[in-house]
Design a protein around this ligand. Structure first.
Ligand code: PLP
Length: 363
């Protein structure tokens, strides 16, 4: 390495590189990243092919997509902003609203990208732990609000617990004098969104993605729905051409085939039920009910920690998320994405074999 003078910011010493995925063997069953195993509507492929002839041009204002999204979310186009994945929207929110030293509030265990981006933005991150049943400590969150608090970030359905906030809880939180970010990456698997509350809760921003129910994770496109004043602020910090032509064309085509997405999410919900029942039938394993396309599983009683359990499953060709690096847990937890029926069956069978192997070793 030639780079000798240390010019990087101090905060970088505390940050880890986000582990980028290796190209995986096609035989591996990938249940680690809450992706949609069915992929997008066939109409998406056609739209992408049509767009290929324009790749030498920068994207233009995605008016048609904004209109289609406005219809999908029952709002106006001026209430919507697009991001290079919803991750980018979370970063825009920090750029637009947080000065160094300002406070943000998050709950744990939850999706961590916002927390990391907040630390990079020199915000003070206040963490409020979820309650034992994976509901939110609403009073605790409200008590953590001070005059310096700019943003509260919550995720519902929450990754990885699968729990959801009630309308009453959201309205109560939205009375705090700061912006309430509701990450609804998985709302289609639940079926209810909070976007309808935006009329009454002006400081609410609902962040969503095409990566999950619409099966477009590889194209990186997300969006946020909020009061047009918040959207105007975000537009000022957005980098130009942040969403590429193929993603715009794909998202538009995906919205033209809502029926496909609804069919797929119905199948995933049904598979989620079967996977949960299967896990409930295994000894020493504790799954939690989930409204997302994943299930949180407590493996503490098996005698293996989550890292060892994930390794055992990997040896059997199944990739799950070991949650040992995620704050807010007591015990050992893994998260398994709901896959196709045959993948879920393989996962359950493999887990059963691992558990049987463990009890044989103990005899
Ligand atoms: C809660 C939550 N929000 C956002 C994302 C990222 O979405 P995107 O692919 O749109 O950046 C994820 C991805 O796993 C997630 O779990």
């Amino acid at each position: 390495m030639k780079y000798k003078i240390k010019l990087s910011r101090k905060i970088l010493q505390q940050l880890e590189v986000y582990p980028e995925l290796e190209t995986l063997s096609p035989t591996l069953i990938k249940l680690d990243a809450n992706e949609n195993p069915y992929g997008p509507s066939p109409k998406v492929f056609h739209a992408i092919m049509e767009e290929l002839g324009h790749l030498h041009r920068y994207p233009t204002k995605p008016k048609c997509l904004l209109e289609a999204l406005a219809k999908y979310a029952s709002v106006k186009p001026e209430n919507i902003i697009l991001g290079n994945g919803s991750d980018e929207i979370l970063e825009m929110l920090l750029k637009a609203f947080v000065e160094p030293g300002d406070e943000v509030i998050v709950s744990t265990p939850s999706f961590q990208i916002f927390q990391k981006a907040a630390r990079i933005a020199s915000a003070k991150v206040k963490v409020v732990k979820m309650l034992e049943d994976w509901s939110w400590d609403i009073e605790g969150i409200l008590k953590a609000v001070t005059p310096l608090t700019k943003l509260i970030y919550l995720c519902s359905p929450n990754n990885p617990t699968g729990s959801v906030l009630s309308e009453k809880e959201i309205l109560k939180l939205s009375e705090a004098p700061c912006i309430l970010i509701l990450d609804e990456a998985y709302w289609e698997f639940f079926g209810k969104s909070s976007a309808g509350l935006l009329d009454g809760a002006k400081n609410l921003i609902v962040v969503r993605t095409f990566s999950k129910a619409f099966g477009l994770a590889g194209l990186r496109i997300g969006y946020a729905i909020a009061d047009s004043g918040i959207i105007d602020d975000l537009m000022k910090v957005k980098v130009p051409f942040n969403v590429n032509r193929l993603a715009i064309a794909a998202a538009k085509a995906a919205l033209e085939d809502i029926g496909y997405m609804e069919r797929i999410t119905r199948i995933i919900r049904e598979e989620r039920r079967k996977l949960y029942d299967g896990l409930m039938g295994l000894p020493k394993i504790k799954p939690y009910p989930s409204q997302g396309n994943f299930i949180l599983v407590d493996v503490s009683k098996t005698g293996l920690d989550s890292e060892a359990m994930a390794k055992e499953l990997l040896n059997k060709g199944i990739l799950v998320r070991n949650l040992s690096d995620l704050g807010g847990f007591q015990g050992s937890f893994i998260r398994v994405t709901v896959g196709k029926p045959e993948e879920n069956e393989r996962f359950l069978r493999s887990l059963k074999e691992i558990l049987e192997g463990l009890s044989d070793r103990r005899v």
